[in-house]
Design a protein around this ligand. Structure first.
Ligand code: HSE
Length: 434
């Protein structure tokens, strides 16, 4: 049913995504109002610098320099937060907007990961909604899919490529043999990376997104602080080549599993089988794979960053609100979210790849395998590439299923051996084949 009153929007943040949202609304107004059942009208915008050239006509909107004042004083129905960052302006303006009875749409994964539970309570108290489709996996409608499309299922686990910058870097490194730093510069120039690129390459951005997905998928209270996080700085062409030799590609994955005792949530590089769907996801693309009890496996893939995909997700949230589809922030009311602990990494089990630089002399391998034997770690394969008597050579070990704690104990012992010339490199191997 059509509502004659347009839905009034105030947009805070006029960077890549903010201008993308304005562009879509300016050019697709009629289609969007048909889909939402009412017109969409931008009434106010806000950014730090009014004089900046944004290649976009903003003259008909009220201008604010301060997002908190816009959140409070503007007559908008929805406050759209595209400022970013978990604290400061973003948090203050979202709290103000919710307290002023405005719905909030945000692309801010850091804000939701750190403060999502409290903000969801605030949204409930004020009888408005807080939605964040654009916060996870850019244009892929993964939030809506998990929250609504898969709502009949118990989701037991999920994993995904949640950071386009890292996936782009790993793809280019593998395809060209180039080094990490060189490719990172390129990703920044292409506009994929966060303002602070360490959020991308150290796995923090992916961890924000994983914590959000885990909460939604498992109905648990969001717990970002206990996500285990490793980034991709230490991935070298040597490991990428060994991975290929063993039939794998290396991807930075976010992985979450719901168990009786608690939730596993980790972000780290993983060797994935070359023929798995996730291995085919390259460049800036993201993907999310879920395991549900009725549906089985679902795979969602799409562009995870950039103006168009992120604006697409922001607009989808706006249209839902326009059409009165106004979900609970994490799928269920906050008092029904389960308080389950995040389990420590040491409790994990899995398959492991370990690459050592080892001085090539008799007896070294016996010392290495003794450490593994003492920790009850069963080896699957050992590869030594070249002979180089008296000098370091790369030796790779892969294991059968083993405990993380046992494996790390063995690795720490191996690292102390005199013949080990560099820090050993551990990369976990995926167990899934789908
Ligand atoms: N820096 C993020 C990425 C952007 O590379 O995926 C989208 O959150």
């Amino acid at each position: 049913m059509q509502n004659d009153k347009p839905l009034k929007l105030a947009i805070a943040g006029l960077g890549t995504v903010g201008i993308g949202v304005v562009n879509v609304i300016q050019s697709y107004g009629e289609i969007l109002s048909a889909r939402g059942g009412r017109g969409l009208e931008i009434i106010a915008v806000c950014a730090r610098d009014k004089t900046k050239n944004r290649d976009c006509d903003l003259s008909q909107y009220d201008w604010y320099d301060d997002a908190v004042i816009m959140a409070k004083n503007s007559d908008a129905d929805i406050f759209i937060e595209l400022v970013g960052g978990s604290e400061g302006i973003a948090k203050n303006s979202v709290e103000t907007a919710l307290n002023s009875g405005k719905h909030v749409v945000t692309a801010n994964k850091a804000l939701i990961a750190h403060h999502g539970f409290k903000l969801a309570q605030l949204a409930e108290k004020n009888n408005v909604c807080l939605t964040y489709e654009a916060a996870v996996a850019g244009g892929i409608p993964v939030i809506k899919t998990i929250r609504e499309g898969l709502s009949a299922n118990k989701i037991s686990s999920l994993h995904g490529i949640l950071n386009g910058t890292c996936n782009y870097i790993m793809t280019v490194m593998r395809e060209t043999g180039r080094k990490f730093d060189d490719v990172l510069d390129e990703a920044q120039q292409l506009g994929y990376a966060e303002a602070d690129p360490s959020f991308d390459i150290d796995g923090i951005d992916a961890a924000h997104k994983l914590a959000i997905l885990a909460s939604l998928a498992f109905g648990t209270k969001i717990d970002f602080d206990n996500v285990y996080i490793e980034g991709i700085r230490h991935i070298t062409p040597v490991d990428i080549d060994f991975a290929a030799e063993l039939g794998y590609k290396i991807k930075l994955l976010g992985m979450a599993e719901n168990t009786d005792d608690g939730v596993f949530q980790h972000v780290h590089p993983v060797m994935v089988p070359i023929n798995s769907p996730i291995a085919a996801v390259e460049g800036v693309y993201n993907a999310v794979v879920t395991e549900g009890d009725f549906i089985g496996t679902t795979v969602m893939e799409g562009k995870g960053a950039g103006r168009g995909p992120t604006a697409s997700a922001v607009i989808a949230d706006i249209i839902d609100i326009a059409a009165n589809r106004q979900p609970a922030t994490f799928g269920v009311p906050t008092d029904q979210l389960i308080n389950k602990p995040t389990l420590p990494m040491e409790k994990c089990t899995g398959l492991y790849y370990l690459r050592l630089m080892v001085v090539d002399k008799p007896g070294v391998m016996a010392d290495i395998t003794a450490a593994l034997r003492d920790e009850n770690v069963s080896l699957e394969a050992i590869i030594q590439r070249r002979r180089n008597p008296g000098a370091p050579v790369a030796v790779v070990l892969t294991t059968h299923e083993t405990g993380e704690a046992e494996f790390c104990n063995a690795m720490n012992r191996i690292e102390k051996l005199e013949a080990i010339s560099e820090t050993p490199r551990l990369i976990r191997i995926a167990r899934f084949n789908d």
